[in-house]
Design a binder for this molecule. Structure first.
Ligand code: AMP
Length: 425
């Protein structure tokens, strides 16, 4: 019986993995350039980490989280995002005790029960940074600069990208703004979707990022959070935008940008691609100055972002990204002819690999002609070990691009293969 994979959870096949590896490599390099160090947090956490951290009322927690009891009845969740986990780890290991800025990055699988579509899966992968310990507006701008720098390293066209920013203010700004939204949306209640009518009572901020056309039309006229900032938050946002300008990072103020997770405060942003269609956000983030304290640490400001690997892969492979180098072929394909040569083959292969030459052979009982065909498709050199060569203690090396050949001593080749391969061009 065939058992199928789970809907919304994709296999990343060998044709795709070279692109993923390249993206992961650039991501790691760029994050290190900005002083971030990797943290690896578990995929499974207590569900309450997210209901408290991300917010009970959010789509992610309310509708999308995979929650299950373990064998002792503890309620666990597959992580839908990693910021809450990173902050938990930061608090749990007392990373704040060093009194310094902690710059942490992660890469990994996240899980959300969403309707699968292009660029939206149930298992997806995020790369992200968290800078925990400073409220400096220059850090908000640095985090956005990091996001741009990553896209530049991936050769994405600047014109194909745009940065949306907004400020949603601090905890104190939230209640009056929420009231302003509530009274505005109440006047338009009939135009809202049933879900948003419910949100009117619980969390009117969420109406701003509802995807229903009717709600979006109403939201366009809604009060703007930037008009409800306290003087400190106002000054912070002005400073962030000043830094962005100095860094030459074009951005647009998007008053409807509130982001789907409750922990955000002050700056929120998304870096979007014009090539992605409806799911245009490559990455999103912002400040979360209250989260460390909410999860049991001391009051600690922080800022970060998370981006989707799948979307990055789509954009890089189909729009303006650097052409992907063909998958590196192996160095050498060994073609043994006859039983004796087949018996010799494993020893020679093991010796080559230990000397750093990637090498393979035929395990399918192919004829010489077919085996040479496989060699031509997968390797740079073929090494042909026939009965006669073996009897003389020799092996024939062939450069598969130029066709030139050379017969060399088998034992010397096994000792210093690189030198002999370099000699066949
Ligand atoms: P969020 O954690 O919701 O702020 O999302 C941050 C980024 O992760 C988005 O901009 C997307 O690039 C990516 N992302 C979020 N959800 C999904 C998903 N279900 N499938 C693929 N990518 C996603």
């Amino acid at each position: 019986m065939r058992v199928e994979g789970v809907r919304g959870m994709r296999d990343i096949l060998p044709e795709e993995t070279p692109l993923w590896q390249r993206l992961e490599g650039e991501i790691r390099r760029t994050f290190s350039l900005y002083g971030y160090r990797e943290i690896r947090v578990p995929i499974v956490e207590r569900a309450e980490l997210f209901s408290r951290g991300v917010g009970e009322e959010t789509e992610v927690v309310e509708k999308q989280m995979y929650v299950f009891p373990d064998r002792k009845g503890l309620t666990l969740a597959l992580r839908p995002e990693a910021t809450a986990s990173v902050v938990r780890a930061y608090v749990e290991h007392g990373l704040y005790a060093k009194g310094d800025l902690a710059k942490l990055y992660y890469l990994g699988a996240m899980f959300r029960y969403e309707k699968p579509q292009l660029g939206r899966q149930r298992q997806f992968h995020q790369y992200g940074v968290e800078a925990i310990g400073s409220g400096d507006p220059a850090l908000d701008a640095e985090v956005m600069d990091l996001a741009w720098a990553l896209m530049e390293r991936l050769n994405l066209r600047r014109e194909g990208l745009f940065l949306r920013v907004n400020s949603i203010g601090c905890r104190e700004d939230r209640p009056p703004y929420r009231e302003a939204l509530r009274s505005y949306f109440s006047a338009h209640e009939g135009e809202l979707c049933p879900e948003c009518r419910r949100r009117l009572g619980t969390n009117p901020l969420r109406i701003l990022d509802c995807k229903e056309e009717g709600c979006r039309a109403v939201a366009r006229g809604a009060p703007r959070s930037v008009d409800h900032l306290c003087p400190d938050c106002h000054a912070h946002f002005a400073a962030v935008r000043g830094h962005l300008q100095e860094l030459g990072l074009a951005h647009e103020l998007d008053p409807s940008l509130v982001r789907g997770l409750d922990y955000y405060t002050r700056t929120v942003f998304e870096l979007c691609s014009r090539d992605l269609g409806a799911q245009d956000a490559l990455l999103g983030g912002g400040r979360y100055d209250g989260l460390v304290e909410l999860l049991g640490g001391p009051p600690t400001p922080a800022v970060g972002f998370a981006g989707g690997m799948e979307r990055l892969a789509i954009v890089v492979s189909s729009h303006g990204g650097a052409p992907l180098a063909p998958e590196a072929p192996i160095d050498l394909f060994l073609v043994p002819i006859g039983d004796e040569a087949r018996r010799e083959a494993p020893k020679l292969l093991a010796a080559l690999r230990r000397r750093g030459i990637s090498a393979d052979t035929d395990y399918m009982g192919r004829s010489l002609r077919k085996a040479m065909g496989v060699a031509g498709r997968s390797a740079r050199w073929a090494a042909i070990l026939g009965g006669d060569e073996l009897a003389r203690g020799e092996i024939k090396l062939k450069d598969l691009a130029s066709g030139s050949e050379r017969t060399v001593s088998l034992s010397q080749f096994g000792t210093d293969p690189a030198a002999f391969l370099a000699g066949v061009a």
